[in-house]
Design a protein around this ligand. Sequence first.
Ligand SMILES: Nc1ncnc2c1ncn2[C@@H]1O[C@H](COP(=O)(O)OP(=O)(O)OP(=O)(O)O)[C@@H](O)[C@H]1O
Length: 606
Amino acid sequence: MQSQPRPSMKEHRQPDAPVPVRVCVRLRPCSKDSEPCVRGLDSRSLELVNWRNAKETFKYQFDTFYGDTATQQDVYCSSVQPILHHLLQGQNASVLAYGPTGAGKTHTMLGSPQQPGVIPRAVRDILHMVREAGCGPDGHNCSYSVSMSYLEVYQEKVLDLLEPSGRDLVLRETPDRSIMVTGLTEQELSSFHDFEKHFLLASRNRTVASTGLNSRSSRSHAALVLRVAQSRPLVPARSAKLQLVDLAGCEDNRLTGNCGLRLRESSVINTSLLVLGKVVDALRLGRPRVPYRDSKLTRLLQDSLGGSAHSVVIAHVAPEQRFYFDTLTTLNFATRSKQVVNKPFAPGALPEPAAEKTLQKENSDKQKQSTSKEGPLVAEKPLGALLPLDQLEPSLVQRVLRLEELERQQGAGHRGLPLLGTPKAERKALLRCLEETQAELEKMRQQQKELEAKELLRAASTPEPPQAIVLPMRQVPIPQKRAPPTEDEGILVLKRRSDPGGTENAVPSWELTRCQELMVRGHQKLLELLNQGSTRELLSLKRIGPRTAELIMAWREQHGPFVTLQDLQRMETMTAKKVATLIKANTLDCIQMLLPPGPSALSLFS
Ligand SMILES: Nc1ncnc2c1ncn2[C@@H]1O[C@H](COP(=O)(O)OP(=O)(O)OP(=O)(O)O)[C@@H](O)[C@H]1O
């Protein structure tokens, strides 16, 4: 099946005619030691292996597909350059680089001195265009000026990169429904040299770090904003902006090996990209509420998606099998983005509320049209390298199933976007299982709340436990079964009795004391391991087998870190009893990790 022919960007349009978001996909070259699971078919389509059936592939079609041999010039000339002239007409434009970490977004947007990307090329062309342009769109003499701003959205904060202050800048909607960042520095550009000077300095302020998948991974979404202002005698000045956005990549933290701060960053990045997906869905389905405000990123991109800009999404995919899931989600995001329609207008020509309604309807009509004609198809010729099911990580299978469930909830399954082509009966069984799990989870959450409430009450009525010191012990047997007559949990530590009148040769005497503080620290250590430990570290804990370790990793990725150890109960298959046993089995070991090396006497009781 073929997609609707999409209007070329160079076509003549009515000034306020709706324009679909243009969507391109770029495939990064495959690393030497890996087999690809995706390949290009022609200049618009590509195919991705169907992991369920070795003989099938999913086929996708976009406005343009750039294979692994496409150059920076190819991408720029056919996808970005054609939208720049709109800036001189007072209309906004944006380019969004989307895709998983390490798939080549920064390469496309920024490139290198040898292979300059979209940003330097666009700046050079815009400066050239305004120098050449002698008159405005209506033929009157006018003068243009160009300025730049550079910002990043890091951990849900909008930060100025040109003059970094660490201040979270406020996003506001202007009367012409464009989004502006208050207090963001703007630098006038009169030459490319000016741009290089400011941009290079500002780039050092951008948050990048090394992860398991990319030695210079962007830890934030970065947007370069170029503003082209027109001024004419006797007419109010007007301006248009070009947003060039290098989105941070969605991250599979089993592959990145992220922990600590990197893991927290990753969780915020993944959440904002999730909201981006919801915005795209709301727009394409013509929903009355579009959740732009649910994240800073989507609020910033309000113009670009469903707004007034001429937008291009360049989705990036990595061909290696380990990126399979990310490739699948990226291609599906890109497919959904094709159904978003924008309505560019020049400032001064505000869209009427009625016109906005029409735009939403157009989005929804376009969605109906394209879903009945497009979508991943099963290709006749299989892609050589396949991903056998038995080699797939269980967590990958879980994520795919979750995706299917999402798809079902959005009602897209029957409209030509089947992700995996799961047979109906199997899909039904899986969905039933997912529903049961959801119900079970809800029940557990309730139990958790009740437990927490009880715990709070109990803590409030318990007096402070006595302080105890842990001392190294030599040749002193630990009485195993002696527990103090109290219901409180604690750690037994062997402590030297204070012996004020003792002589040098006196045999020291010892006593067992309960120490709650140590246990709290042990629990904290355990929580830290559960939140930041690698799969190997998780497996080194007692009562954690491969499946539980996988579940913990998947949970962390989807929901962020556990706040308390009791949060473990929110995971599938973890009952309150199992969690209690797990905690008890590991607390002593965790305390031992905190103590200086050497023998010590500890015993746990509850
Ligand atoms: N089309 C390409 N041709 C050659 N090399 C590429 C291409 N795309 C990406 N690369 C290389 O792959 C590596 C990762 O690319 P890049 O840093 O652009 O990924 P990214 O998607 O921006 O990742 P992150 O989201 O982690 O910042 C870089 O070394 C880059 O030079």
